[in-house]
Design a protein around this ligand. Structure first.
Ligand SMILES: Cc1ncc(COP(=O)(O)O)c(C=O)c1O
Length: 503
């Protein structure tokens, strides 16, 4: 048994806070620090650091003479080609949401035409603003701006670089609108990590409230967590971990009664649920048709089927959006305004998002959603039939599953050996697959279910704790009581992935 296993056995028996204090304290004793250092290094060496498989030269400094462009294109093409099979053949959870070759070529063509555009220079590229304003309007229209208008509310927004920036911007707007010391946000435990980043960046106290037995936000518990200092409450529609939709109508009522902001995070579902509803799926209201919903996020770079790098953040009314903007009137660099986090912004991605929306149209989104939800239902039913597995909550197309019988991380590792890139979850230990158009290709659902069934059999035969690939590491991270040590390990992992393997 390794030193870390012995330590873990011991720490596992202690309450988490005491275990954390022991690990924290141990790091301060020079001799123990040495032991911990060695263990961290050993665990990092065991963790798989994936490097590209194509034979492309490594550059850790500039070449003295620039290389030939055609050669460079060849290198990049070789890297892309080596990576294509995994996602293109439907082996990845989420990641690539459309991925059809003609669609990608179309987006690339639009990108190439606008690759120099920067909406910061409105006079040079007024088209950037056209694209952005129309993407916002089209997305808002999908998410209930018409109903809001009937009540005299205007839904406005901006395009950002992704779901995380959309959430960060909305949280900034709520903080600045409130203008109070120590603002608080109340969110369900399942809400995306982007809310943690926003809390850290903007000095929020964050209250994460445990979800209920169905993995949905617990409205009563969240209501109890609201204080005088709460400036925003959030819910997900659906949430990333279990793909379940929080009770948005109830949260809307609750926040409205208390006069606090309510962000409905539709990063994942914004471009699916409106069409699911039209297809006849019974989905409670989740958008600006609910008067308590004061902001939303919806990702064009996920189920909006654009290229990576855009999302839409929407607000009920211009006043809230103004608190997202930054204006500088005294800077020697001139009068400066910036609607989002970045200064210069890629106009090409605004054009690409606009092109994706306009080319998909309502009929395209309806059709895509129908295929995804059909495949999602088949996966959900199929997983439920595999002995030893059960589906968590009541999901539509992001299907999380767990087991009381086999180690689910071992199952995930065995799926990885078969080429699958699934998402590991914890609290409780589980795995999910986010179904995209890639999984609607003929044979993919069957292959997933067959491989999953084999992986469960393999894990059962192996018995005991996870042994394969990254599974022991994941299992440790999910259950290790000293969270500070897990945090340190992950931070070192980030350092490590930036290292260049010299030839
Ligand atoms: C519900 C939800 N919110 C926010 C995000 C963050 O989006 P991004 O990865 O584009 O920053 C995600 C990403 O999966 C998500 O699923």
């Amino acid at each position: 048994m390794s030193a870390i296993d012995r330590a873990r056995n011991l720490l596992d028996r202690l309450p988490p806070r005491i275990a954390a204090a022991i690990i924290g304290g141990a790091g301060k004793i020079p001799k123990m620090r040495g032991v911990l250092e060695a263990e961290y290094e050993a665990m990092l060496d065991a963790a798989p650091i994936v490097r590209p498989e194509a034979d492309v030269p490594v550059y850790s400094r500039l070449p003295e003479v620039g290389r030939d462009r055609s050669e460079i294109v060849g290198f990049v093409a070789a890297l892309a080609e080596a990576e294509r099979g995994d996602w293109s053949d439907g082996y990845a959870s989420g990641a690539v949401y459309h991925g059809n070759t003609e669609h990608i070529e179309f987006l690339n063509e639009v990108y190439a035409l606008q690759s120099q555009s920067n909406p910061l220079h409105l006079d040079v590229w007024p088209s950037g603003m056209k694209f952005e304003a129309e993407v916002v309007a089209m997305t808002a229209g999908m998410l209930g701006s018409g109903a809001a208008a009937q009540n005299g509310d205007e839904i406005v927004g901006t395009v950002t670089s992704g779901g995380t920036e959309s959430i960060i911007m909305a949280m900034k707007a709520y903080r600045d609108r409130a203008g109070i010391a120590k603002p608080e946000m109340v969110i369900p435990s399942s809400a995306h990590v982007a809310f943690d980043k926003a809390a850290a960046y903007f000095g929020y106290k964050q209250i994460r409230v445990p979800v209920d037995g169905d993995y949905r936000a617990d409205v009563d518990a969240m209501a109890n967590a609201v204080t005088r200092r709460t400036v925003v409450v959030a819910g997900s529609t659906p949430g990333f971990p279990h793909g379940v939709i929080d009770p948005i109508p109830e949260l809307s009522d609750m926040t409205r009664e208390r006069g606090v902001g309510f962000h409905a995070d539709a990063c994942l579902g914004g471009f699916v649920l409106p069409w699911a509803e039209r297809l006849g799926y019974e989905i409670p209201l989740f958008d600006f048709r609910l008067p308590g919903v004061t902001s939303m996020s919806a990702d064009t770079h996920k189920y909006g089927y654009s290229a990576k790098g855009t999302s839409v953040v929407l607000y009920r009314g211009r006043n809230l959006r103004r608190h997202q903007f930054h204006v500088a009137t005294e800077w020697p660099g001139g009068l400066y305004y910036s609607p989002t986090l970045a200064g210069s912004r890629p106009g090409a991605l605004l054009a690409t998002a606009w092109a994706a929306l306009v080319s998909m149209g309502e009929d395209g989104y309806l059709h895509a959603t129908e295929s995804i939800l059909t495949s999602g239902a088949r996966i959900r039913d199929g997983v439920g039939e595999i002995e030893g597995l059960h589906v968590l909550g009541d999901p539509l197309w992001v299907i999380a599953f767990a087991s009381d019988d086999v180690d689910i991380y071992e199952v995930m590792a065995r799926m990885a050996e078969r080429g699958w890139s699934l998402n590991g979850l914890h609290h409780p230990p589980a795995v999910h697959i986010a179904v995209t158009l890639r999984h609607t290709q003929p044979g993919v659902v069957e292959r997933f279910l067959d491989d999953l069934s084999d992986a469960v059999d393999g894990a059962r035969a192996a018995g005991g704790e996870a042994t394969t690939g990254a599974a022991p590491m994941y299992g440790m991270a999910a259950t290790f009581p000293a969270r500070g040590a897990v945090n340190e390990l992950m931070t070192r992992y980030i350092d490590r992935i930036y290292e260049i393997d010299e030839e």
